[in-house]
Design a protein around this ligand. Sequence first.
Ligand SMILES: Cc1cc2nc3c(=O)[nH]c(=O)nc-3n(C[C@H](O)[C@H](O)[C@H](O)COP(=O)(O)OP(=O)(O)OC[C@H]3O[C@@H](n4cnc5c(N)ncnc54)[C@H](O)[C@@H]3O)c2cc1C
Length: 370
Amino acid sequence: MTGEHRIVVLGAGYAGLAAAGRLASRARGARITVVDARADFVERVRLHQRAAGQEIPRWDIREALEHKKVHFVRARVRDIDVVGGLVLLDDVAESDAPAHPAALEYDTLVYALGSRRDTGVPGAAEYALSVATPEDAATLTVGRGTVAVVGGGATGIELAAELAESHPDSRVLLLSSEEPAGWMSERARRYVRGALERLGVEIMSGAKVAEVLATGVRLVDGTIVDAETTIWTTGFGVPDLARRAGLAVDGHGRVRTDATLRSLSHPNTYAAGDSAVVAGPGDRELRMACATALPTGKYTADAIATRLRGREPREFHFRYVAQCLSLGRGDGLIQFLKADDTPARTVLTGRTGAWVKERIVRGAGWAAKP
Ligand SMILES: Cc1cc2nc3c(=O)[nH]c(=O)nc-3n(C[C@H](O)[C@H](O)[C@H](O)COP(=O)(O)OP(=O)(O)OC[C@H]3O[C@@H](n4cnc5c(N)ncnc54)[C@H](O)[C@@H]3O)c2cc1C
């Protein structure tokens, strides 16, 4: 490896920081630079807690990276010139970040720009709130009226539970086209329903939202559900930078990768986390999760370091272990999983579930810190 090899990591979320921290110890001699528009790492997996008014952990990205001799540039990535090996940068509005170059040259790029809110159906962008990013969650305020949480996936369930617990004067409605937690085992599904109902959440399953209105939502069957606040949680979208740059992407704009997480079109580019398409067990793509972002980030660092030493890395392998849901502060559910993400029989619930979930979330925060 030459001392001049320049590795630029785009994104300081779970995937990008895991990659940068590992590169710092495994690719010694390379110049590693991380770019992110945010100054602080905020534990994104706790944004439903933030939306419910709780303080959640955050720390200074520059300080943590510089401690490991990794450079940090606080800037917004505007474009990637994949032919010239250049990342083009814009200033972050209203920031006191030190001046940065207009562009960064790279020999190897790690694309880990993560995800953000999905605009969903008509009206969602204009009228619905979100907990997808720290900025979304920080501006989310819940009043006394009806709060419609749209989406019976993990984010919708955790958010509805947290809001119902912290805002007992509000009416929290969970609207879901399928049964909440429908992908989990029968026992887990029943537990989630019972826990939500105990907290006072009204569950409307079979409720597919066609449009978000200023005063609520319209379902596909024409029913209008009135709500003072609507929060959209049905999935995440990804930045369109990879697509615009000409990297091979899927229909959502995520970078398509080979078995070593290298871009299918540009072998000097690796991708990890929510903005990558990664083949998982059972021929299924890995789902967007912190649980997949951390290992894919670490793996890209290992693959890059191995190739810099002139060897071929082993292929990436991943197996799921468990999925955890918080159901307010004192209750939780751990659904153990088979390697391919299908539910196993074992489920932990109640205070034990909440305790385990909290440990896992803390562990993920520590694992991300370089
Ligand atoms: C409320 C909530 C609860 C969740 N709970 C869980 C859970 O319990 N378990 C689990 O596994 N997953 C959970 N997730 C999902 C998890 O948070 C994401 O899958 C994970 O954060 C993905 O990590 P990442 O590093 O790929 O992307 P991100 O965490 O999104 O990080 C991407 C980084 O890129 C930066 N960036 C993006 N675009 C630009 C640009 N143009 N210029 C500069 N910087 C840019 C962003 O500022 C960000 O710091 C939850 C998500 C939410 C919202």
